[in-house]
Design a protein around this ligand. Structure first.
Ligand code: NAG
Ligand code: NAG
Length: 168
């Protein structure tokens, strides 16, 4: 009777330990799956213009209408707006390439707030780059805005690019 009682106790203990181990492993596996899911996310775009000489309207998003790369499809080549698909650290870069001596005033906007102001005062064809690392929440919108109506070198000269560094 005593021996059976001990055996039952032992079995109960062993099954308790096993259950703890299993639930620990399940938790670890779930956490790892989430990590892997975050690490596997890819967002990466580069957009330029179809036309070699392109133009844009003042006080509006510059529409880089030719997306050469758009992994994750977060950039819209019809609106010029990038929409963050999820929270993370991102980097954005754009190059302006002036046509003749036309100054370029293109700023980077996040959710309609200016995040980077850039000016290129040029006396001839000039390319300048601007880069901004930023943490975004899902749904945040990023775009380049021009102060003035402008004509500039487009296809493969001026571009807008961005990529996800880490989702978290
Ligand atoms: C833009 O490019 C011009 C011509 O190369 C250069 O003189 C100027 O310093 C650049 N401006 C910036 C902000 O990099
Ligand atoms: C523009 O760049 C793309 C991508 O690198 C390339 O495939 C294309 O041939 C270039 N177009 C011109 C006109 O240089």
């Amino acid at each position: 009777m005593m021996a059976i009682g001990l055996l039952v106790l032992l079995v109960l203990m062993v099954s308790k330990v096993d259950a703890d181990d299993v639930s620990y492993l399940q938790k670890e596996t779930t956490a790892l799956k989430l990590k892997i899911d975050l690490l596997s996310k890819r967002v990466f775009f580069k957009a330029t213009f179809q036309d070699p000489i392109a133009s844009c309207k003042g006080d509006q998003a510059v529409i880089f209408d030719s997306a050469q790369t758009n992994v994750g499809n977060a950039y819209s080549s019809t609106s010029g707006v990038f929409t963050a698909p999820f929270r993370g650290d991102y980097v954005f870069a754009y190059q302006t390439f002036s046509y003749g001596g036309a100054d370029i005033s293109w700023d980077l906007y996040i959710n309609d707030q200016m995040a980077l102001r850039a000016r290129s005062r040029t006396s001839d064809d000039t390319s300048n780059e601007s880069v901004l690392p930023v943490t975004l929440q899902a749904g945040d919108r990023v775009y380049v805005k021009s102060h003035l109506d402008l004509t500039f070198y487009g296809r493969n000269h001026s571009f807008f690019a961005g990529w996800l560094v880490t989702a978290f």
